[in-house]
Unconditional design. Structure first.
Length: 368
């Protein structure tokens, strides 16, 4: 099984018929009047073209309420059809949850946003803000050959262990450099500020208050509980089922399990001011240009989020992408938090990313 370096794909990436479609629980009567046929047809076409075994989509808006869609299969082995409410690994969208917790602690006076982190990085001027928006220059542990996918798939990693691996990686001299090592250090900072691991704080401060009942911090459990889409990686002409994984490897930067609908609810709550005071939400939305070779064209990096100009209508979208072995996610919202679309595929192909980005953009522009 040639999967060396397979685990080094926790990077942020953009992922995004009628085989399975459903109205989300609690949706308004307007939901049943919302026309999502064009989106369903786009999902079906991507599956038909062979880009992925299955696709999930969820939309939320005043006119549509909440709608979940699926196309293709969630499990190649059984042929089980993809339903809109499948659990998935959200990958780096986890960083947005971590950033929200950090900024809550900033608001509480337990963490300083712009003080140098000399306890962890002596004689350096790196700050919590730098970690959150990837301007620290720290190397990315997910690119380290010290971690091997086949050997370490079920290994437990502590945040300080991942941080130390990242410190052994070459530093970047670019003004912006994506690195999950930043979030390993943030996990350590959260633990020092609260006495709890970051998963406990995400659960206590975000998952439970928002009643995200299908979102879960897995810890050392490599399974995805309940109904879920299985993840697949194709390498050298072979297909590997990568669903089971010890996600302490992703930690604060990529561990969470969720659904498309739960992610929409998170972004609506965040951008409507339910999770952060206005001052911290304003700081979160201050952006710098991201590297288009590493992200997508036009992406600007805030504190655990990205803002990008829409192509299909006026304005911008705010959200985050995520990828882990076998899964690609993009979660996008209007800046006012009134409209969301989250898209997930259960394969790990980079070649269809531009099409998925375009679909997310176009869908958000059609929501009213």
């Amino acid at each position: 099984m040639k999967m060396t370096r397979l685990a080094a794909v926790l990077a942020v990436t953009a992922a995004v018929g009628t085989m399975s479609a459903g109205v989300a629980p609690g949706a308004s009567a307007a939901t049943r009047k919302c026309d999502t046929r064009a989106l369903q047809q786009s999902l079906d076409q991507i599956v038909k073209a062979g880009g992925t075994p299955g696709i999930l989509a969820a939309v939320s808006s005043p006119a549509c309420g909440r709608v979940s869609l699926g196309s293709g299969v969630a499990d190649i082995g059984t042929g089980r059809r993809m339903r809109g409410d499948e659990r998935i690994r959200m990958g780096s969208v986890t960083k947005s949850f971590t950033a929200t917790v950090v900024l809550q602690l900033v608001a509480e006076g337990k963490i300083k946003l712009d003080a140098p982190l000399t306890r962890y990085l002596p004689n350096e001027k790196i700050t919590v803000r730098d970690l959150l928006r990837h301007t620290s220059g720290l190397g990315d542990y997910t690119s380290s050959e010290e971690i091997d996918a086949e050997r370490d798939r079920f290994k437990h990693f502590e945040p300080d262990e991942l941080f130390k691996i990242g410190l052994r990686m070459p530093r970047s001299d670019k003004p912006w450099n994506y690195s999950t090592t930043n979030y390993a250090l943030l996990a350590m900072i959260v633990k020092r500020a609260t006495g709890n691991d970051v998963g406990t704080e995400i659960t206590r401060r975000i998952i439970r208050p928002l009643k995200l009942t299908r979102t879960w911090w897995p810890g050392d459990d490599p399974r995805i509980p309940g109904r879920h889409a299985r993840g697949y990686v194709y390498s050298e002409g072979k297909r590997y089922d990568t669903t089971k994984w010890n996600m302490t490897y992703g930690g604060a930067g990529g561990a969470l399990v969720s659904t498309t609908s739960d992610l929409n609810r998170y972004w609506a709550a965040l951008l409507r001011g339910r999770l952060l005071p206005a001052a911290q939400l304003k700081e979160m939305r201050k952006t710098v240009p991201a590297d288009p070779a590493r992200m997508w064209p036009g992406a600007h990096s805030g504190l655990g989020l990205y803002e990008t100009k829409l192509k299909h209508c006026a304005g911008t979208w705010i959200g985050h992408g995520g990828g882990f072995n076998g899964y690609r996610t993009i979660a996008a919202s209007s800046p006012d938090g009134r409209r969301q679309v989250t898209l997930v595929i259960n394969r790990h192909p980079n070649e269809i990313t531009p099409r998925l980005l375009d679909l997310a953009d176009a869908t958000l522009c059609t929501l009213r």
